[in-house]
Design a protein around this ligand. Sequence first.
Ligand code: KDG
Ligand code: MG
Length: 402
Amino acid sequence: MKIESVQTIVTCPGRNFVTVKVMTDEGVHGLGDATLNGRELAVQAYLDEHVIPCLIGRDPRNLEDIWQYLYRGAYWRRGPVTMTAIAAIDMALWDIKGKLAGMPVYQLLGGRSRWGLMVYGHANGRDHAEAVEAVQRHVEQGYKAIRVQSGVPGLGKVYGVGKGGGHYEPAEKGLPSEEPWDTSLYLRHTPELFRKVRDAVGFGPLLLHDAHHRLTPIEAARLGKALEPFSLFWLEDATPAENQEAFRLIRQHTTTPLAVGEVFNSVWDCKTLISEQLVDYIRATIVHAGGITHVRRIADFAAMYQVRTGFHGATDLSPVCMAAAVNFGLWAPNFGIQELMPHSELTDAVFPHNYRFEDGYLVMDEVPGLGVDIDEALAAKYPYERAYLPVARLADGAMWHW
Ligand code: KDG
Ligand code: MG
């Protein structure tokens, strides 16, 4: 059996997605997500110019060897562009393997450990009152776990909060917009936000919060401590994690569980964090961390230290990645939770898929492969449009962390 051709498909049904389609000489095809928010075309070029020509004629069933060939063989290891490109090919090859076996990918991984993946939804508000209402709406919709983000009094627009209060889209068309940031205002108001949410909905729903890497370690420690009375499921991306050792300081001061890793692309990014048990949840995703083959290694390593998975699941990950995540989470013994920002109806139409939301969980049927496809004719109607995440600046104009 041979890989006959590989196509990269870029489409923008409201936001940009890059997809690879691997075709075999036996008529079976596989899909992989190659979307890297704000850097989409770099991954497409990496695939088209440097990866795809090396794949033609290879046996798609040897996905481990192909993974090693693309990782070790490149000389330039790791990095988000490389690891997203490898992930896309890897996902597509698992999809093919599942279709050949007539089994879902979760069966190839070891079968079901659970019937569904508990997800967390996004409740956002321009102010605390709006955020509390959004949490209540999520509870009514059946969510068991809810991430809460709110505008900060005295600060203009805050990342993670939609313009109209509700849904937000991580990337905006055109060049990057600029948003103000003030850590002291944020630290003053965030515990108050969670007090109001707990007063409104009690301690039943699991609550999460994302600090988007904006804090120093000691600020993160202070926030974690201040949030302890509200019993969070996790505090996410408290501080930029290139410096893994920084989490030692946060850990010394707070029992609020910590999650990190949506920007990680290999096990090396989380080696210290996991082996020293400095975090509780690892968020490295299938699309940005080398595919199912590599994320499985991260998850197994994490399991040895009682660290569970909590994969990134914003709308900038396509339904192809989400289908892979559902297969993975159905199997992973140390699955913790899955982020879910629902895609638009148009995106769902471009990528018809089997997984679905049911009463706070993502479930899927026993379908071969990943259980997702692409409507290429519909995708072609929505060409790429340049879009970026905003950037953050302090009051004096200096750039701040993401
Ligand atoms: O591309 C960046 C977004 O996916 C990110 O800002 C969303 O932090 C995020 C999250 O936790 O979903
Ligand atoms: Mg995040």
